[in-house]
Design a protein around this ligand. Sequence first.
Ligand code: UD1
Length: 338
Amino acid sequence: MKILVTGGTGFIGSHTVVELQAVGHEVIIVDNLSNSSADIVDKIELISGIKPELEIFNLSDKELTADFFKRNKDIDGIIHFAAFKAVGESVQEPLLYYRNNLESLVNILQGMKDSGIQNIVFSSSCTVYGQPDELPVSEDAPIKIAESPYGNTKQISEEIIKDTVKATDILAIALRYFNPIGAHDSAIIGELPLGIPNNLMPFITQTAIGIRECLSVFGDTYPTPDGTAIRDYIHVVDLAKAHVIAVDRMIQGNMANEFEVFNLGTGNGYSVLEVINSFEKVTGLKLNYKIVDRREGDITQVWANPDYSNNVLGWKAERGIDEMTLSAWKWEQVLANK
Ligand code: UD1
């Protein structure tokens, strides 16, 4: 099948392209390279032996996107990753986030409608749950008021998709990611944060390799066993595989509803200190870190109830926290030797 992967040169996108190719799908990537580089398709080829087609343009551009869909009516399914994702930046530049993340989605859905393309998998986030009232959090938990414009774009995107699905023949699956970390086993692709990382795992590996002096642990007075905040970290390859299962589910006509939502998490929560401990254990290194104030907007704890994904999607995360932290470290070492 021919699968369009928007944002396919990014962190999760590139890992997903590899998994799609592994089961025989033909992939076409659309990416504007705003947070990635064109040579990722060569890296993908090193892993899979197949270089995916890459078209470089901005999906927020209505004309260019319409033209793309006119030329590519034979696409069987779309996995839509292309979006901005920095929470802090979204607070500073909300319009940039609303324009980029929402206009691109509307343009893609319009292109699907006009070209008769039926299937789309959307990259959503557990951020839609805010701080859930009950843990682990299930897909039917209430959506909380978004903490950031970034989070709001995910909520609004799900609404846009839901309305569109009702009014058209389009089918959609929203995948709500918990905290994706780690890198491909080959250490040929991984996360490539621009500048100072916002997220925990790249900050840990950059500190260990000497790019950063010290990791700041944001708060140790949360009401958790060790006082640091808890998240459900998930290996990016496990996450990537879920996308293949989701898009196949749609193409094979196995959906139970025209719009489905699945959590992509392991079901296990780890505190910031537990992630650091895992990293130190698997690498044998001592990480330089200090406790500082809480980061504004952070929630105390969240982890997934993955039962619905496990049972209905037929997907289960297989890799544990040590495998995640070790693969992230191997990747950082490869980057350091470039
Ligand atoms: C955030 C977003 C999420 C987004 C994800 C990826 C929120 C509530 N969540 O997740 O929607 O999809 O980023 O961009 O905004 N930490 C430190 N020191 C650091 C960095 C992080 O202690 O230098 C802690 C954080 O306080 C948090 C945990 O590590 O407790 C994970 O942080 P991070 O990797 O940034 O992910 P989230 O904030 O959970």
